[in-house]
Design a protein around this ligand. Sequence first.
Ligand code: NAD
Ligand code: UFG
Length: 331
Amino acid sequence: MNILVTGGAGYIGSHTCVALLEAGYSVIVADNLCNSKVETIDKVKQITKKDILFYQIDVTEEDAVDKIFSNHDINGVIHFAGLKAVGESIEKPLTYYYNNLVSTMVLAKACQKHNVKRLVFSSSATVYGDNIVPFVETMNLLPTTNPYGETKAMSERILTDIAKANPAFSVSLLRYFNPVGAHESGLIGEAPNGIPNNLMPYVTQVAKGKREKLSVFGNDYPTVDGTGVRDYIHVVDLAVGHVAALDNITEGVHVYNLGTGQGTSVLELIQAFEDANSVEVSYEVVNRRPGDIASCYADASKAERELGWTAKRDILAMCRDAWRFEKNYEE
Ligand code: NAD
Ligand code: UFG
C-alpha cells in the first residue's frame, strides 16, 4: 500500500512516516520544507532502514500534486501539511486560510480524479473551543479564537461535505491534543524555528540553557494549581494512531480524538520534566496568554473502541524523549 504523506518532513509527519514504514506501508512524502528540513527524511530512512520517496512541492499547487498521483498508485493520503502557529495566523490570516484550505481542497480533488478513496486529516482539539472537558467527538464545535483554528474546523467541514456527496470516500478526521516528545532514537523530534510558542520545546530550551526562564502564562485558572491543563500525548503514540486510523478506515466520515484522556498542568509538566531528567527548569508566573483556555483534555474512548488504539507512553517518557532530542539537536 502506497501512502502519500503531505507534510511528512515535519514533526508529526516524520514520526508517522516511521510508524507507517514499520507497519509495512510504502511512503511518498510531499513537503515544501517551509517549516522543516530535508535531512529529516534521511533520519527517517536511518531509523527504519527503509526507503522513502520525497517530492519537494507545495501542496496548494494543483499540477504538482496531480503529477504525484499520476506517477504512483496511491492507496491513501495523510494530510499533515499546514501552517500551525496560532499567533502568526492572527497576523497573517490570508496566508493561513490560503495554505491550509487550498491544500485540503487540492488533495481532495486529486483523490477524486485518481480514485483514491482514503484520506486521513490532521485536525486539532482547538475545534472544541471552550467546551466542557473532557472533549467528546459528538460535541458541537465552538468558535476558536484564531484563524489557524478556523482552518481546521473549515477543513473538517469541507471533507465532511465531500464524503457525504461521494459515499465511497473514507475520511478520518483526527483531532490531536498536545503532541510532545520525540522518537526514542533522538534522531527526530520537534525543532521549532525561533522562539517556541509551545510549552514543551520552551521547557527543553530552558533546560539546555538556550533560554533563561519559562514564562508560565497565568496561575489563576480554575484548575488543580491554577495553571493551564492540557492532554499531552507522546508523538510516537500519535503516529501509531495514524496507522490505526488507516488500517481501520471505513466509508464515510469518522472523527477521533487522539489524546491520552489525562490532563497535566503547566507546573505538573515542569515537575515531571525535572524528575525525569534531573535538570532544573527556571520559571516565573506572568499574565495569562490571550486566547488560552483553562483545560483541554480528551475523552479518548472512541479511538480505543473503534480503532483499537490507546496512547501507551506516560508524561515521564514524553519528558525524557523530548530532552534526549533537544540535547542531540544542533541547528
Ligand atoms: P510541522 O510544521 O512540523 O509540519 C508541517 C509540515 O508541512 C512542514 O514540514 C511544512 O514544511 C509542511 N507544509 C506546510 N505547508 C505546506 C504546503 N503548502 N505544501 C507542502 N508542505 C507544506 O507541524 P506538525 O506539528 O508536524 O503538524 C502537522 C499537522 O498537524 C498540521 O496540519 C498541524 O496543524 C496539525 N496539528 C499540530 C498540532 C501540534 O501541536 N503540533 C496540534 C494539532 C494539529
Ligand atoms: N504555556 C506556558 N508558557 C509557554 C507556553 C505555553 O505557560 O511558554 C502554557 C499555555 O498557557 C497552556 C499550556 O502551556 O496552558 C500549553 O500551551 P501550548 O502552547 O504548548 O499548547 P496549546 O494547548 O495552547 O495549543 C496546542 C497547539 C495548537 C493546537 C492545540 C490542540 O499549539 O495548535 O495544542 O490542543 F491546536
